[in-house]
Design a protein around this ligand. Structure first.
Ligand SMILES: [Zn+2]
Length: 375
């Protein structure tokens, strides 16, 4: 009898592992910033002046990434808590607040909390004690817009090599190669073999062990001062101008979120996705592109003119058109077809003034296929 009971327990444990993955896990997603103020990282782009909410605002792109991440996590059975679900919320008394901003409250009219104060977020995270915490941002080189500098940074609380919330380094190391895997950007340094994973105190040049918050957690970045092992992702550099133009495309931000999702799903041993995805960019094969707000890395794809308003058609193996995508007007050429059945597809790209291009692409389960049609 005793043996049977032990066996039953073992079987139950095996069963829960197999069914495991993200089901029932609590994931806290913090899209960085929150308002439309000068502190929410607005920068001019080719089509938009600085502070134009249709242009680049890190507050907006972080939220796009966070919303997509939430959708994918919830679909996989996770419970997701977000520090905010809207843009335009700021700390009460924010001196840079605009007419579009409201002070943060614990909930908006739909009952969704909108928190932007870093210490309040940290206290919220600490009290919920989720299974995973991620803070989503993009990076910038200080005061030197347009620098040819673009890499993935994952930051945890503590000193490099000494995470104050144990387990943070492991999570960052597991996530780095998955999040880094984006053939559409031009990384200027770092790689899965040489990842830029750093403690916040080391990164900011502060003296260990750093200042303590109200809960007594020491470190540098306010949003990480809680007990949950976690990291803050600077997904890429929005000061690298071609990358900023890409970030204006919501689907490009969804692509980054997909990579966070894949990392978190893999961390919890989740099943691979049955669907696959296509991402790509349409560029001229021969024309270069340069603008006072667009300087690409020499010799890279970013030097080639991105084609605005190109039609990208997706046909399945029987020749049936299943999707279409029009590249936006923001000089990135980006297109995507998410959540496709695995199989062989053909894409056809059309744009007035260019000869159409056709390419075959194979979609595999749980993989992202990248295609780069050049007109
Ligand atoms: Zn940021």
């Amino acid at each position: 009898m005793k043996l049977t009971a032990t066996l039953l327990i073992a079987l139950a444990a095996a069963g829960s592992m197999a069914a495991g993955g993200l089901k029932g896990k609590v994931i806290y997603v913090n899209p960085g910033h929150g308002g439309w103020t000068a502190n929410d990282r607005p920068i001019a782009t080719i089509n938009h002046e600085v502070m134009d909410t249709l242009g680049f605002f890190e507050t907006k792109t972080n939220l796009w990434k966070g919303q997509e991440l939430r959708a994918r996590l919830e679909k996989a059975g996770a419970r997701v808590v977000m520090s905010r679900t809207r843009n335009g919320y700021v700390t009460a008394g924010q001196k840079n607040a605009t007419a579009l901003d409201r002070p943060e409250t614990w909930s908006d009219e739909n009952g969704a909390q909108q928190i932007t104060t870093l210490q309040t977020i940290a206290m919220n995270v600490d009290s919920i004690n989720p299974d995973y915490f991620i803070s989503i941002h993009s990076n910038a080189t200080g005061g030197d817009d347009g620098k040819l500098c673009n890499y993935l940074t994952l930051v945890y609380r503590g000193e490099t090599g000494n995470d104050y919330a144990k387990g943070s380094i492991e999570r960052a190391q597991q996530a780095y190669p998955i999040v880094w895997d984006n053939p559409l950007t031009v990384w200027t340094s770092s790689s899965p073999e040489n990842p830029f994973i750093t403690g916040d105190l080391t990164w900011m040049g502060a003296t260990p062990p750093g200042d303590a918050n109200a809960l007594g957690y020491k470190g540098y970045l306010g949003v990480l001062k809680h007990r949950v092992p976690s990291f803050l992702a600077e997904g890429s550099f929005h000061s690298y101008q071609p990358e900023r133009q890409r970030l204006l495309n919501r689907d490009y931000c969804r692509y980054e979120a997909l990579r966070y999702y894949r990392a978190i799903n893999a961390w919890f041993g989740g099943k691979p996705d049955k669907a696959g995805h296509i991402v790509g960019d349409v560029r001229s094969a021969s024309e270069k592109f340069e603008h006072q707000l667009y300087h690409g890395v020499k010799g890279s794809d970013d030097e080639l003119r991105p084609v605005n308003g190109a039609m990208v058609y997706l046909n399945d193996s029987r020749g049936v058109r299943v999707r279409a995508y029009r590249t936006d007007g923001e000089y990135n050429g980006f297109f995507s077809f998410f959540d496709l059945k695995p199989g062989n597809y053909t894409i056809t790209v059309e744009k007035q003034g260019y000869a159409p291009v056709q390419m075959g692409v194979q979609v595999k389960a749980d993989k992202v296929s990248c295609v780069k049609p050049r007109l």
